[in-house]
Write a protein that binds this ligand. Structure first.
Ligand code: HEM
Length: 208
């Protein structure tokens, strides 16, 4: 795809961005409604969804939308997230990454090893959230599982949600920390300087 501005490089198509933002919006709704149901101290959040009953009704449906949306996103980006030898080196140099000594790091392709690891953490969390979420969706599946299984699934569901929420906080922090990344997902393009600095291998392939 050619960018509108010839000085920019296309990183995401409009379809990919729409897919990503549907996932992100549903994630925020799920985190807020899930936290509201998780602990009485956060029950006030149910006000955002029309009260306690509505929060309980809506949360699983929004969850299904997020799962389907993320599944499409994961299929689109799957092949870009395979880890290779350079990624292992990158992870070993995590100190240089945090100190922004990028000249000490192996060249990065479309995604760095941190993004790739987080991608598979997201995949694992989404699968566990769906599977455990079905078990605790009492209105449809309540009769199919014993109380012990439902209790266990509730704990697993909360744990996977915790990991995903922490993962997404890291994801958002990294997107803001690496200046020029957010516009990749808002406008779809990045500057050649950004691409050369953070994803040199991908940059060379893009300008071929
Ligand atoms: C809520 C606010 C969010 C913001 C501000 C945000 C921001 C971004 C940005 C800027 C990128 C582009 C990074 C790059 O091209 O190097 C990106 C990529 C991506 N985002 Fe998000 N994101 C958010 C939520 C989410 C959620 C909730 C998910 C999934 C559960 C998600 C999954 C992804 C995936 C899979 C990629 C592609 C990276 C890869 O495949 O490794 N994002 N995001």
């Amino acid at each position: 795809m050619k960018p509108d501005d010839p000085n920019q490089i296309v990183r995401y198509t409009p379809n990919e961005r729409t897919n990503h933002w549907i996932t992100a919006i549903t994630f925020v709704l799920l985190a807020l409604s899930g936290l509201a149901l998780f602990h009485p101290s956060m029950f006030w959040l149910t006000g955002l969804f029309g009260g306690g009953q509505w929060t309980r009704i809506l949360h699983p449906y929004i969850g299904v939308v997020m799962f389907v949306s993320f599944l499409l996103l994961a299929v689109r980006f799957w092949r870009h997230n395979y880890l290779d030898r350079d990624d292992v080196q990158w992870l070993k140099h995590i100190g240089d990454v945090l100190a922004k000594r990028e000249d000490e790091l192996p060249e990065v392709g479309r995604y760095n090893a941190g993004q790739k690891v987080l991608f598979f953490v997201m995949v694992a969390c989404l699968i566990v959230l769906l599977a455990s979420g079905v078990v605790i969706w009492r209105v449809y599946f309540g009769g199919m599982f014993s109380l012990g299984v439902i209790r266990f699934a509730s704990v697993v569901h909360a744990f996977a949600a915790f990991v995903l929420i922490v993962g997404i906080i890291v994801h958002i922090y990294a997107a803001i920390w690496v200046k020029g990344s957010v516009r990749a997902m808002t406008r779809g393009t990045v500057s050649p300087g950004w691409a050369r600095k953070h994803h040199a291998k991908w940059f060379r392939e893009s300008v071929k």
